[in-house]
Design a protein around this ligand. Structure first.
Ligand code: CUO
Length: 689
């Protein structure tokens, strides 16, 4: 790694500390002119730089900023305020800062401008804008974006662990001798709270950091070059739809019924949530929401939302769906057809102010819903409380109400999808292709086909980079936590190609629950909304019988554990070129350890479904010849960097629309290019180290 990359990397570390303190475990410091120091330290620059310049191995000089940015636009968002991507005024400020970063003429100037801004704007917003910039500038492709769980560990772990971590690290100098601190399991509620059965899903560090990373890659506002990505509105729908499907399936595994969509914002919300995690900028825990909280109009200095506005936007959106078109700002009608409709709705409902066809009329439904919910404990700021976890993409998925709100949003999208004609035979079949057999099998001797295994696993992550004002000696402060895990398995498909020549297909693998929490069989219409995508990949089919094998770890949804929890700092980076490439810009992706739902101790039976569609109809012609990023393995949820979404079919196909049969059996019997089998997922209630 060269010095420029290194400088850029270091700005991710220790987000709350002034830019002149040591980084990289005390090994490195920036060599800075007086320009960089804020007024607080301006009279002590010599003293400060002597103090932090001692005993370091490397001093990285930063250029003078060619032009000192005017940061007055950021004044209204104080350094000790919570930053929310759902808040319009915060987003506008972030957009300005991102523009400044993108405008830097080269990486040296980017480092110096970013270093100048770092101590002068809200630190959480700085980290967000800086990461967006690093993710989108062509000249920073080689700079890693550390996982948010390492930059702001407080947003992910029980606060007493951080206290212990600081203590351990200052008392025990050598990392090797330090004990690994344990993040307690089940610390947010007791079993009296039914919703707590799903805490392992909602509070999973990997799930939450995936969600943060997704919103980082697909910002709703900013410059057009950043916002206007191929099918981003559709991906907003699909990624969140899959989260809801997964959550509902996970609820069945825990004998709970499906989430009730938050259709009525006037009803009290029975689900309370007490997050207990600490906001690093405030050094205060995130506010809780008591059970049966009534949502109210929000009227605060940095934002106002009326419940009636949410209802009005909802009604306008629903009316547009019923009429089959939206109207843009000049009154033109744009049809909500089967190809573009969902993308238009995604950008309009989320909403992205730049991409919505008419943001004045259709409003800002999903984002403002997050705001109303996140301020329900203090809607008019009389108690000077900040937002709850729903106000922040790093933490929103912890709260049961996230799934209620997003089920409501998903219901709107599904209403549009349900109004489209059911898929017909021509859209589903693949002439000459017959899937004869499918199986999923664990990679151990004597494994039974189609019986998969989940269990608890205890893993360790490193909290050092985000531990502001912690000791600097070294960069290893491990914390262990327990999460769901699935035993790796292999899919085997036998496929006959009788077309006479070679064919190319797209193999689409889903699981769907067969019955609800009362053991009542689900209809195909229910199943399609609960179908969980497991994988999608292309296959070459030679004439005759083909056997295709695919590992669970190759899934197009997931990123490996090491990437979800990768540490920051040079010593953690792989040195081999291909591995290093994989390491970059690769944090977006569903965590591998959550690929499968938990199942049940006695075994829970699912339909495992596979379809091979005709690649000639799925293929996308990429307009640019950029090499495939080595990390583009999680394209199902995250797309490909700087490329078109690599599947022309609408996302979720074939389950995104109604199907011509009443049961899944009837469907697979009608089409030779599909098949299904029973798959049992057994949960073993033991912790593997
Ligand atoms: Cu991801 Cu509501 O969009 O949190």
């Amino acid at each position: 790694m060269n010095t420029d990359q290194k400088a850029l990397q270091l700005l991710f570390q220790r987000p709350l500390e002034p830019v002149f303190t040591t980084r990289d475990g005390g090994k490195t410091v920036f060599d800075l002119s007086d320009t960089f120091y804020t007024d607080r330290y301006r009279n002590n620059t010599q003293e400060v730089s002597d103090r932090f310049g001692q005993d370091v191995e490397v001093k990285i000089p930063l250029q003078e900023p060619a032009k000192i940015p005017n940061l007055s636009f950021a004044k209204s968002l104080g350094r000790k305020k919570q930053f929310s991507l759902f808040n319009t005024s915060h987003r506008d400020i972030a957009t300005e800062l991102i523009k400044i970063f993108l405008a830097a003429p080269n990486v040296q100037q980017l480092a110096s401008i970013a270093a100048y801004c770092k101590d002068r704007v809200n630190p959480v917003m700085f980290q967000y804008c800086y990461a967006v910039c690093i993710a989108h500038r062509p000249d920073t492709r080689d700079v890693d974006i550390p996982n948010v769980s390492q930059v702001f560990p407080a947003n992910f772990v029980e606060p007493s662990v951080l206290q212990d971590a600081r203590q351990e690290a200052s008392v025990i100098g050598k990392a090797g001798n330090r004990m690994v601190l344990e993040i307690p399991v089940n610390y947010t509620a007791s079993d009296r709270e039914e919703e707590h059965r799903l805490a392992y899903f909602r509070e999973d560090i990997g799930v939450n950091s995936h969600h943060w990373h997704w919103h980082l890659v697909y910002p709703a506002s900013g410059t057009m070059e950043i916002v206007n990505k191929d099918r981003r509105g559709e991906l907003f729908y699909y990624m969140h739809h899959q989260i809801i499907a997964r959550y509902n399936v996970e609820r069945y595994c825990n004998n709970l019924k499906r989430v009730a969509p938050l259709n009525n914002v006037r009803d009290p919300v029975p689900e309370g949530y007490f997050p207990k995690i600490l906001s690093s900028v405030l050094n205060r825990t995130y506010p809780a929401r008591i059970s049966n909280q009534q949502l109210r109009d929000v009227d605060r200095p940095d934002g106002k939302v009326e419940l009636s506005a949410l209802e009005q936007w909802r009604d306008r959106v629903l009316a547009a769906i019923d009429r089959g078109f939206v109207e843009n700002t000049s009154g033109q009608r744009i049809p909500l057809d089967e190809v573009r409709g969902i993308d238009i709705l995604g950008n309009m409902i989320e909403a992205s102010p730049q991409l919505s066809v008419n943001s004045q009329f259709y409003g800002n439904l999903h984002n403002e819903g997050h705001n109303v919910i996140s301020f329900s404990h203090d809607p008019d700021n009389r108690h000077l409380e900040e937002f709850g976890v729903m106000g922040d993409v790093t933490t929103a998925m912890r709260d049961p109400i996230f799934y209620r709100w997003h089920s409501f949003i998903d219901g709107i999208f599904n209403k549009h999808k349900a109004l489209l004609a059911p898929y017909n035979a021509a859209q589903l079949q693949f002439q000459g292709v017959k899937v004869d057999y499918i199986e999923a099998k664990l990679g151990v001797a004597n494994a039974r086909p189609n019986t998969l295994l989940t269990y608890w696993q205890k893993s360790t992550a490193n909290l050092a980079a985000g531990l502001d004002f912690g000791p600097a000696q070294d960069e290893n402060i491990g914390a262990s936590f327990t999460h769901l895990q699935n035993a790796p398995f292999t899919f085997t498909f036998n496929v006959t190609n009788s077309s006479g020549g070679p064919l190319k297909g797209m193999c689409r693998v889903f699981i769907a629950p067969k019955s609800d929490e009362h053991n009542h069989a689900l209809t195909l219409e229910d199943q399609r909304l609960l179908a969980v995508e497991l994988d999608k990949f292309t296959v070459d089919l030679m004439p005759g019988v083909n056997t295709i094998r695919r590992q669970s770890t190759e899934s197009s949804l997931t990123i490996p554990f090491e990437r979800t929890f990768r540490a920051v700092g040079a010593s953690y980076q792989p040195t081999a070129a291909d591995e290093l490439a994989r390491f970059r810009f690769c944090g977006c992706g569903w965590p591998q350890h959550m690929l499968l739902p938990k199942g049940k101790p006695e075994g829970m039976v699912f339909d495992l479904f596979v379809m091979i569609s005709d690649y000639a109809q799925d293929a996308v012609q990429q307009p640019n010849n950029l090499p495939n990023d080595a990390c583009s393995t999680a394209f199902s949820f995250c797309g490909l960097k700087d490329k078109l979404y690599p599947d022309k079919r609408t996302m979720g196909y074939p389950f995104d629309r109604r199907l011509p049969n009443n049961t899944l059996s009837a469907l697979v019997d009608s089409f030779s290019n599909m098949t299904k089998t029973d798959l049992t997922i057994k949960f073993s209630d033991r912790v593997v180290q």
